[in-house]
Design a protein around this ligand. Structure first.
Ligand SMILES: Cc1cc2nc3c(=O)[nH]c(=O)nc-3n(C[C@H](O)[C@H](O)[C@H](O)COP(=O)(O)OP(=O)(O)OC[C@H]3O[C@@H](n4cnc5c(N)ncnc54)[C@H](O)[C@@H]3O)c2cc1C
Length: 250
């Protein structure tokens, strides 16, 4: 439908969100319209008519800038949260109603069922303190170090996606674009690099504390407090301090 609506306009660009649907639609629309497909983009720059997009590569450890040739056209799928929200404009956009004969477009797939995600034992979106563990933890057994800090602070344990993908924690603990969005009073990121897909799910937290041994980790770009160092030294020390503070208070 999108391709049929776009075709008569002969667009140079079709912008689409890099959601689950966007992942499927981008190459399909591009193929139908004979355009380039650029997925998973985190930035788009237009300078003197030249268009460059930025895409994470090698599991988000690097970014590639892709420049479009001359007047090449493209369907560009942008990651959620890539751009800051702009002030609402007073300008009125022209809205054009287009009728499409959907029945005439052959459907090659159909939805058989939609099932709800099973409810987990904890709702990380409701917690005031979230302590999150990333791939920097190294092994499953060591997650207890981060869980101890979460408990000492009276918070809940959450994680980045790789921790879920390897099966160390359940999906309902995942923060990010394909997980939950959290806005706690305090978010502690331990061994998390700060890929855009993770930041999307936690960047609006009131206080962000990041612990990472890499001073150039992108997580420090959103952190209010950044600790550059080994989490295996810092987290146990924080847990001890939190327990002592609690004991003194009680
Ligand atoms: C469509 C799509 C959706 C995605 N959705 C999500 C999502 O919802 N949530 C999400 O999190 N990701 C998501 N991702 C994955 C995302 O791109 C990153 O790969 C992921 O966030 C990286 O997780 P990480 O920071 O734990 O691991 P890494 O990027 O590997 O970072 C590990 C960090 O640990 C640090 N570290 C290592 N050892 C130590 C130590 N001893 N002490 C301190 N620091 C240490 C390293 O310096 C590094 O910065 C998605 C990707 C795609 C393509």
């Amino acid at each position: 439908v999108i391709a049929e609506v776009a075709r008569p306009m002969e667009p140079r660009f079709v912008l689409i969100g890099y959601s689950l649907a966007g992942m499927e639609l981008t190459p399909a629309i591009a193929t139908i319209l004979g355009m380039n497909a650029l997925t998973n983009c985190v930035n788009l720059e237009i300078c003197d008519g030249a268009v460059t997009v930025t895409r994470p590569v090698f599991d988000s450890t690097m970014h590639a800038q892709v420049a479009l040739d001359g007047n090449d056209s493209a369907v560009i799928a942008l990651q959620k949260g890539s751009f800051k929200a702009i002030e609402a404009s007073t300008k009125q956009a022209a809205i054009e109603s287009v009728s499409v004969d959907v029945a005439a477009i052959p459907a090659r797939s159909k939805v058989l069922a939609i099932s709800d995600e099973p409810a987990g034992d904890v709702d990380i979106t409701k917690a005031e303190i979230v302590v999150s563990v990333g791939r920097g933890i190294g092994t499953e057994e060591k997650i207890s170090i981060i869980a101890d800090l979460a408990e000492a602070l009276g918070g809940v344990l959450a994680c980045s996606r790789p921790v879920v993908d390897v099966g160390w924690l359940p999906r309902e603990r995942q923060v990010g674009a394909s997980g939950r969005t959290v806005t706690p009073k305090v978010y502690v990121a331990c061994g998390i690099s700060g890929a855009i897909q993770h930041l999307t799910g936690m960047r609006d937290s009131h206080r962000i504390i990041a612990i990472n041994k890499d001073p150039n980790a992108p997580i420090f770009g959103v952190a209010h407090i950044g600790v550059v160092g080994d989490l295996f030294e810092i987290v146990p020390a924080l847990t001890k301090a939190a327990k002592e503070a609690r004991a003194a208070r009680d």
